[in-house]
Design a binder for this molecule. Structure first.
Ligand code: NDP
Length: 321
């Protein structure tokens, strides 16, 4: 049996694609992912309050939002499998996907929504305060009352770190930007914004070593890389902005990726370089990385897949006639 559409991944992009494809009566099969992305549901499963997803005036817990999306996809006939796709063959049509449980599936169309993983430093003490003081997303977590008028540290020197630092000044008293080298990698415009900001203090050539606290995060221990001197900065929050890794290992030899490993999509669409395969969500987006933009591109991918499958069917019918 050949599936109409297989969706790989179960964050907002994957479930939204499944909802739209289900409503188009494609009965999509979704590999929800298990070990590769941590747990089904993507990065929102490890977030607490989501305050910026439209439609939830009082906010919504990340896992609750994903549970709702999952149920909505099921309601429209998506077949959900909690399993990782571990091998794909896009060189032959129909495409072949193999799962960790050694299920082999043939597909007429595939939507890839495997997301990206925020890099972490895995500092001593980090696990205890993850999502309770330590985060990799200021837009998601910055408004937490923990950070109101507090001191916060941001690690990194790229555009993301500057964006996070600037964003956090809305809530924090002081933002300590910890940059491991003597320069920022961010664009000049972004650099100027941070250099001129009175609430941001840059600690050059400084690396975090560990974190400490009690019920809440209290401090980050850092080292001055020039002198080796170790000191503590009292903070209530620590934000990592040291880049993301797109979850594209599976597709490396098969699809066109950019230099950072994100799947390349064409123009305003979610089409990849192989007809019949689309990519949605963070796996193809290093700029916006929001649940709502992931959901939006998931919707686009499903609409594009549905149209493409209809065209394929129409051309088969006219060929047979
Ligand atoms: P980048 O790879 O550009 O920057 C990562 C930063 O983290 C670097 O300063 C790097 O330091 C630092 N870093 C990496 N590992 C460690 C570590 N172990 N300890 C301490 N510091 C570390 O990632 P970004 O997420 O900032 O940006 C990714 C891409 O997205 C870029 O192309 C960027 O331009 C783009 N982007 C654009 C935005 C916009 O246009 N508004 C917003 C956000 C991102 P070092 O420099 O020493 O290697």
């Amino acid at each position: 049996m050949v599936e109409n559409l297989v969706i790989i991944g179960s964050g907002p992009a994957g479930y939204t694609a499944a909802i739209y494809a289900g409503r188009a009566q494609l009965q999509p099969l979704v590999f929800e992912g298990f070990s590769a992305g941590g747990i089904p549901g993507g990065q929102l499963m490890t977030t607490t309050e989501v305050e910026n997803y439209p439609g939830f005036a009082a906010g919504v817990q990340g896992p609750k939002l994903m549970q709702e999306m999952r149920q909505q996809a099921q309601r429209w006939g998506a077949k959900l499998i909690i399993d990782d796709a571990i091998a794909v063959d896009f060189s032959q049509y129909p495409f072949t996907l193999t799962s960790a449980d050694t299920l082999e599936v043939k597909a007429r169309a595939v939507i890839i929504c495997t997301g990206a993983t925020a890099k972490r430093l895995h500092l001593p003490g980090e696990e205890k305060f993850w999502n309770n003081g330590i985060s990799a997303c200021a837009i998601c977590d910055g408004a937490n009352p923990l950070f109101a008028n507090a001191d916060i540290a941001v690690v990194g020197g790229g555009d993301s770190a500057i964006e996070e630092a600037l964003y956090l000044t809305k809530y924090a008293r002081q933002v300590h930007l910890l940059v491991r080298s003597d320069r920022l990698r961010a664009s000049k415009t972004m650099q100027n914004r941070v250099f001129n900001h009175t609430q941001i203090h840059i600690h050059w050539q400084t690396s975090p070593l560990s974190v400490d606290g009690d019920q809440v995060l209290r401090c980050v221990q850092v080292q001055d890389n020039r002198t080796g001197v170790i000191y503590n900065i009292a903070v209530s929050g620590l934000f990592y902005a040291i880049g993301h890794t797109p979850n594209t290992q599976l597709f490396q030899e098969q699809l066109e990726l950019d230099e950072a490993g994100y799947i390349k999509t064409q123009g305003k669409s979610t089409a990849t370089n192989i007809p019949g395969i689309w990519a949605a969500g963070d796996v193809q987006d290093h700029i916006y990385r929001q649940a709502i933009t992931a959901a939006g591109t998931g919707c686009m991918a499903a609409l594009e897949a549905e149209r493409w499958l209809s065209e394929q069917r129409a051309s088969l019918v006219s060929f047979a006639a």
